[in-house]
Design a protein. Sequence first.
Length: 466
Amino acid sequence: MTTNRLRRWVTWWLLSGLTLLGLLMASGYFLGRGALSPNVAAQPQDDPSAVARKVHVQVTHPRKGEMDRTTRQPGSVFAFESIELYAGVSGFLKTLNVDIGDRTKKGQALAQVDVPDLEKQVQRNAAMVEQARARVSQMKARAVSTRAEWDAARATVPRAEAMLKSKSAELLYRQKQLQRMRELAVARAIEDKLVDEATSHRDAVREAELAAQEGVTTAKANVAAMAAKILAADADVQEAEAQVKVAQAELEKSQVFVQFATVRAPFDGIITKRNFFPSDFVRAANEGGAHIPLLTVQRTDLMRVVVQIPDRDVPYCDPGDPALVEIDALPGQKLPAKVSRIALSEDHDTRLMRVEIDLPNPTGKICNGMYGKVTIILEKSELLTVPPSCLVGQAQDAKGQVYVVRDGRAHLIPVTIGADNGLQVAIVNGLAMNDEVILRPGSDIADGTLVTVSSSEVQTKTAEKH
């Protein structure tokens, strides 16, 4: 064998050995890393070095109701009721029982106007009422007397009729007697003077019968007259009673005017304005010319918060919607309330709709004229939400991904994304409320990465920051 052939043969064996050695070393390296066996890589590591390689993450749980439709607008506070009180009659202010800042009770006398002429008028009208009532008694007595006369007149009718019957019977007797006398006179049995006497008696009875007939007619006429008098007496009674009502109305009218002299509180409230002092002359509210209210009283146990909401929120606002009132003068206080009433009409110039919220004010700290912010929950959302920092990469076509911790590993989960308000992202589907979603996943986290979850307190605070 020549020297050159020997050299080539040795070189070939050395290169082959080195190649084989490199392949063996590479195979051992990949077997140790688990690249050749995926099943081995998926198994938890038992050695302490594997625990040290776990990634620390912060998680949050999806929340429900974080994407409610709300509107936050400025709100102005008004007294629930504000009344300007005027005097009902003109006169000098006699007494003023309250001043600015005083609390009042419903029906409380606040001021009194001096009206002596009206008080005398009340006395005069009261006397007229008594006079009218006395006349009613007089007319009733006259009606009773008239009825008694009517009863007496009716009683005379039967007597007159009985007298007429008696005279008629006597006339019949005298007629027959005269006929017999005439027959006897013709027979010359009696003298003619007896016939004349019988004729005279008959004529007398006939006149008496006529008188009896007149008596009956007179008695019946008296009954009719008494009936008419009864009607007149009843009419007089009704007239007298009507006069009582007229006098009573005049009395009540004068009493009302006297009552107008006393200004009373229309409700429980507080005096916020006073324009007159005792001895000032005040004018009645129904008189012509300009008028200045005597007092202004406002109801403050319940306040009226007025909010103007924009056109886009109008279709979703309804009475009963929850609201949260924050008044600038009361920092740190969030007062829960509800929408009480809505205008159902927008202003053509501003395109805003008036919304009123009744706000209880038991302490009286809320005053007319205050202002602040009002948040109205227009619609409740049932979707789950997570902070935007939970999303992995850029969402496309409402599709996104988040990492969820399960069995100590990070799992990449596809989700469907809804609305995004910058603070929360709505998740239409893909997550449950008990899922632990990783906040701000870094590049060191991949699907299947071993993770260690931070404490729940840190999770909550971190989620709130985002």
